[in-house]
Design a binder for this molecule. Structure first.
Ligand code: GLY
Length: 370
């Protein structure tokens, strides 16, 4: 236990150092994925969903620092500086990703200060996201087209629940809940694996088929999508208290633990062909570790809860020992071996900013439990 604590604390110190260096090297730049270990390059974004993760790490560092110290003041100042420009996205009706953007930033800021103005930003973001709800089909559509639903949406729909709870708006709550039930019905399979995307008939709302953007195939299980499902269904259970959502998160977690490599790190797609199976996605492992820690606290069964927490800890230990970029002095990220978009060749076997954020979140959570 003491060795785990030391390893996790040491890795968090390295994470802080890497974030601080990125701030100093490229002020006001929001990293997304590295190219040969460098954050700044002219590679495409595909879609603009990541600005919250860099300041999100700063909020975690701020929370960990003793109030009133130089360190606490530094992280507070930087976190606010990188968070404020995100406020305008609360009106961004084109984005399906307002949960990613606001849970990592304004939500953390609000938790620290309880400032009502920050809460208003979160409520507006939730209302904007709810406008993506399609009555025919009962889902929040993805950014690619109106007939498309992504598993990633499970990480964002919590923003609609949040706005519903804060305002007492039953209609918002109903939309969020129905979205979860639709995603559960069409994207989660009987064995707990997930499809990345569902396609609907936009007129009738009839579900047509499973598909993918970033996974290997429409019928495969893209590992990051599965990790989003583990985390997202658990969060939506916390908002809705609908035990079906907790059960779904548990089934997805069980699939993950049965199919990830023995060290807890998955291939980028569980059904990738042999020629590409060695390509891992450490960002999926970081998200899954954070989800398992959360699920470990939520499950009624203490044995299973303990199994999830210790699996998360083992995964974190492996990430810290084998995948942290500490030895490579030129590497600007924290965690090596993440994947963004294989087909578009974006951020393949690189550091990815959501991997960094969920890794830091999981390290912080695990240290709170040791
Ligand atoms: N768009 C979310 C992801 O790449 O996981």
């Amino acid at each position: 236990m003491e060795t785990d604590r030391q390893l996790l604390e040491e890795t968090l110190r390295f994470a802080q150092q890497q974030v601080r260096r990125t701030i100093e090297r490229t002020p006001d730049f929001y990293p997304m994925y590295t190219r040969d270990g460098k954050w700044k390059h002219n590679g495409e974004a595909w879609t603009d969903w990541c600005s919250g993760f860099f300041p999100g790490m700063m909020w975690i560092f701020r929370k960990r620092a003793e109030g009133g110290t130089v360190e606490a003041r530094y992280w507070q100042e930087q976190a606010e500086r990188y968070t404020r420009p995100i406020e305008k996205r609360k009106k961004d009706a084109e984005s399906q990703d307002l949960g990613f953007l606001f849970f990592s930033t304004y939500y953390r800021w609000h938790r620290l200060t309880k400032d009502a103005r920050l809460n208003e930003v979160l409520i507006e973001a939730g209302r904007t996201l709810a406008a993506r709800y399609r009555e025919a089909g009962q889902y929040l559509s993805s950014f690619v087209s109106e007939d498309s639903l992504f598993i990633d949406s499970m990480m964002n729909v919590g923003m609609v629940f949040y706005a519903a709870n804060e305002t007492g708006d039953k209609r918002l709550r109903e939309m969020a809940h129905r979205h979860c039930l639709t995603a559960r019905r069409v994207l989660v399979r009987g064995d707990g694996s997930t499809a990345h995307e569902g396609i609907f008939d936009i007129e009738t709302g009839e579900f047509i088929r499973q598909s993918t953007q970033q996974g290997y195939r429409g019928d495969s299980c893209w590992s990051r999508g599965l990790a989003w499902a583990m985390y997202g269904f658990a969060t939506c259970y916390e908002y809705s208290r609908d035990v079906r959502l907790l059960k779904t998160a548990e089934e997805c977690a069980d699939y993950y633990l049965r199919n990830a490599n023995a060290d807890g790190i998955p291939p980028w797609d569980f059904n990738a062909p042999a020629s590409r199976r060695n390509l891992l996605d450490t960002s999926a492992a970081a998200i899954a570790a954070s989800a398992l820690l959360r699920l470990g606290r939520l499950l009624q069964d203490p044995m299973k809860g303990h199994f999830y927490s210790s699996s998360a800890l083992m995964t974190l230990r492996m990430l810290c020992e084998k995948h942290v970029g500490k030895k490579d002095k030129k590497w600007e990220g924290i965690l090596k071996g993440g994947v963004y978009h294989v087909h578009k060749e974006l951020g393949v076997d690189e550091s990815v900013i959501w991997g960094e954020y969920f890794f830091v979140e999981a390290l912080d959570q695990a240290l709170g439990q040791l």
